[in-house]
Design a protein around this ligand. Sequence first.
Ligand code: ADP
Length: 320
Amino acid sequence: NDKSLIVSFGEMLIDFVPTVSGVSLAEAPGFLKAPGGAAANVAIAVARLGGKAAFVGKLGDDEFGHMLAGILKENDVIASGINFDKGARTALAFVTLRADGEREFMFYRNPSADMLLRPEELNLELIRSAKVFHYGSISLIVEPCRSAHLEAMKVAKRAGALLSYDPNLRLPLWPSAEEAREQILKIWDEADVIKVSDVELEFLTGSDKIDDETALTLWRPNFKLLLVTLGENGCKYYTKAFHGTVDAFHVKTIDTTGAGDSFIGALLCKIVDDQSVLEDEPKLREILRFANACGAITTTKKGAIPALPSPDEVHKLLNA
Ligand code: ADP
């Protein structure tokens, strides 16, 4: 389609999700094999809502990698930014669903193919054509994908893209908490839109008070929008000119995997063609209501990608 392109850079993997909540995967009677990974979730969230999306990342040249590439194509995500690693396997995540719908992860990353993307493998032409470049998660943690990450960011920014960053903190994968904090805050200075969860806000600021004062300690002059997502309490937004809260929708939550990605994908979809909405509070609140609805719907089904909403589902919840 002729819409502006959103490029999502980073991981794609398979989540093994237990069929019941409240027990570990090993104790569950069964599990689902659900495609996910933050960057892929965002790309598919955008495409499912009718936007134009591309995924840039690396998969294993194995049955899981080819299955995932197929899922991107089926969902109309541009696949010309995908690389396959000849040696390493596709990343896997083993999820435990807690009784409250929150999840805990264990990863196969030994290393997985997504960590082995090299700068020279990037499809620079695709990245240069992005109007929005979204990134985050594990690609910052180790080489060579850290260099690929930084190069892709630089190329997108130089070509004029809006940069959107979601740290997707995976603390156990970092060498240390200090390094995680330092690296995340270092690339902070390159972003226009930042989304953090309440847990990440706590981690990055060292404060357990989730309030405006704490959130604003993260503010940088280069930001156009800072978002703090609060699960069932919706989200907070901060711009140079105004800030506020948009309440969540009440839904029957069973698995929160992918809610944040669905949320940010929805937002990016709505701002890619008109960034002036970032300066218009009523319009921005309307967009965040839409993003909250997308996040909420994603929590009502198991897995990430299978749970991303269609425009019809969002329309129904918005008008319920
Ligand atoms: P992350 O997945 O990054 O931790 P959140 O869990 O905060 O992000 O979810 C992102 C958004 O999805 C929230 O801002 C909210 O709008 C929606 N959402 C998440 N969990 C729920 C829930 N239990 N009920 C309703 N909406 C939710």
